[in-house]
Design a protein around this ligand. Structure first.
Ligand code: ATP
Length: 565
């Protein structure tokens, strides 16, 4: 069985992840998060928020509407990406891309517009179509497979054709043919349908709204309001957002790796143009440190810088953070140096100035100019200078991150606790490999970072139906809940303690506490650690302190910053 199959089975069996609407046959690409899944997802997003917002003084949060007016997504360029720009030739019915099509060709001192049909028979049919539908009353002749239209003049967006004064048509004629700078590449015909993009623009009704494809646009359109409401925020500063996004994904892949509905954790960090490069490098490092802090297998996480031809035209740098999934490397996060594209576009579209200046920043610029030997800008010029902030973005998929962190934490061990690799691990095709590694004595441990674990402590009475033991367990769980606000689970099933430990290991619970008959006399309990299996006797009161200490966020760079084992 592949690592992915093993994980999905575990997720379903233990209540992390369910196929949505399963009792109605299921909906492909839609997943519901069960009691453990919702905890893990909340913990991942909480850890992200903690590191991006609470642990810094230069980032604030926001939560913007999911439904988005077309103007926003038209400005960001998304609407144009939703539909491929295509045009049909009304004569040949062929479809082509207008951005690749040639301009109109005229002959005979720009007085004749020749249209080439593939053969004489087709030319006759086309001539008839032009006469009766597309340019009634125009002066037309035909020479073999060429139809020749006489041109009166060219106007900005029009070709004005000459009238045939001998025409007997009684219908009203319109000899103004719309022209947008391209014709049918095969025939030189200007008789075209409206482009798909123009059609979309036409149907964009004020009441039409989109589900957002990313959370970032909500941040850009609020940049000025956030800055005004928080005057202490001086550039460089960032705005973070976590929320749902929606995409028309043609290919749905690997459960929650790619779904039409997903959650993003995004940071837009606004910087002065001369700070962009340095900030981009610093965010790259910051985000990689985050991944390494919560991941165990550092050889399964890497950065992949985008090649020049992969970059968006406005972007000067982009790296993907990739995780080595069972099917190969896959993107979990993108970090990009986006230039001033976003704010400039929204400013152009709305007429609202989104520019910035402040004295300290300008002084900093002068110091830099001095240090790098660049010609110094004078104080007078700097005092007047304003700039459109550049953006460094970190964009991470919450569901994908959760999938990567679960796969990273999952370990299958034999009876002696020795890790067993999955067959074909690292091989691209191993989703199809169903050789089972599950056999007697083999079990799974989810070695999640304690702060990510959905259940922090499993508390179990030695005998599940003993009232006194259960009462002491309830007391310990109450103090953990009240003092640490963490999720604890009272494990009162009538199975052996060993089996209950293993059930807790399988869902990643870092600590188990067992209450036995001696505990009733001396209030001493057994606390067991998930990863080492080590057990020790501690007082019931000490449990809270041990868990509190284990959940402490160690400062980055200290020896305990990493979950690597
Ligand atoms: P991909 O190349 O995998 O389609 P992308 O480059 O389109 O991803 P971005 O637009 O950069 O992705 O979005 C940022 C992050 O959002 C990605 O790194 C990923 O973690 C997540 N993400 C994007 N699309 C999806 C999706 N359909 N389902 C789940 N997560 C997604």
């Amino acid at each position: 069985m592949s690592a992915m199959r093993h994980l999905l089975d575990l997720c379903k069996r233990r209540g992390f992840l369910f196929q949505s609407a399963e009792i109605h046959g299921g909906l492909r690409g839609a997943y519901d998060y069960g009691p453990l899944g919702v905890e893990l997802k909340r913990n991942v997003s909480q850890e992200w928020w903690n590191s991006m917002v609470y642990q810094r003084s230069d980032v604030v949060g926001i939560d913007t509407a999911i439904i988005t007016p077309p103007a926003v997504l038209k400005t960001s360029g998304h609407v144009d990406q939703f539909t491929d720009e295509m045009v049909d030739s009304r004569l040949s019915k062929e479809r082509f891309r207008p951005d690749k099509a040639p301009a109109l060709k005229l002959v005979d001192q720009d007085k004749v517009l020749p249209i080439s049909a593939p053969d004489k028979v087709t030319a006759k049919v086309w001539e008839q179509d032009i006469r009766t539908q597309f340019a009634k009353g125009a002066l037309i002749t035909r020479k073999g497979k060429e139809i020749l239209l006489q041109v009166e003049r060219m106007e900005k967006d029009k070709i004005v054709l000459k009238r045939d004064n001998t025409s007997t048509t009684s219908e009203p004629t319109d000899l103004h043919i719309p022209y947008h700078g391209y014709v049918d590449p095969n025939s030189n015909s200007p008789f075209l349908t409206t482009s798909t993009r123009q059609l979309v623009d036409k149907t964009l009704h004020p009441s039409l709204t989109y589900l957002r494809p990313e959370t970032a646009q909500g941040v850009f359109i609020n940049y000025a309001t956030v800055q005004r409401s928080h005057p202490h925020l001086k550039i460089p500063f960032g705005i973070a957002q976590i929320g749902k996004s929606f995409r028309n994904e043609i290919r749905l892949e690997h459960a929650i790796f790619r779904t039409p509905e997903f959650e993003q954790m995004e940071l837009e960090f606004f910087v002065a143009p001369w700070q962009a490069e340095e900030q981009f490098e610093s965010w790259r490092k910051f985000r990689m440190d985050w991944w390494k802090y919560y991941g165990r297998n550092h050889d399964r996480i890497r950065e992949r810088p985008h090649a020049q031809d992969e970059l968006a035209h406005y972007s000067s740098g982009c790296v993907d953070v990739e995780y080595l999934f069972p099917w190969g490397w896959g993107e979990v996060e993108g970090i990009a140096n986006r230039g001033d594209f976003d704010l400039s576009k929204h400013s152009e579209a709305t007429g609202i100035k989104l520019q910035y200046t402040d004295a300290i920043l300008m002084q900093e610029r002068q110091v830099r100019e001095k240090a790098t030997g660049v010609k110094e800008t004078s104080v007078e010029v700097l005092a007047k200078e304003r700039f459109t902030p550049h953006v460094v973005e970190s964009s991470c998929g919450l569901n994908r991150a959760m999938l990567a962190l679960m796969l990273d934490a999952m370990e299958v061990v034999d009876e002696q606790g020795k890790a067993i690799p999955f067959p074909g691990e690292g091989d691209n095709n191993n989703d199809a490999n169903d050789t089972s590694i599950v056999s007697k004595g083999v079990r799974t441990i989810m070695k999640l970072h304690p702060r990510l674990a959905p259940v922090k402590v499993g508390i179990m009475p030695l005998i599940s139906n003993n009232k006194d033991l259960v009462e002491l367990c309830t007391g310990i769980s109450q103090s953990l809940r009240q003092e640490l606000q963490v999720n604890v689970s009272l494990e009162t099933q009538s199975t052996t303690i060993g089996k209950r430990y293993y059930r807790m290991d399988e869902i990643g619970t870092p600590w188990c506490v067992t209450v036995d008959f001696e505990s009733l006399q001396d209030r001493m309990v057994t606390i067991r650690e998930r990863d080492t299996g080590e057990q020790r006797r501690v007082s019931a009161e000490e449990v809270v302190e041990i868990v509190r200490d284990g959940l402490r966020l160690h400062p980055r760079g200290s020896s305990s910053t990493s979950n690597q084992q």
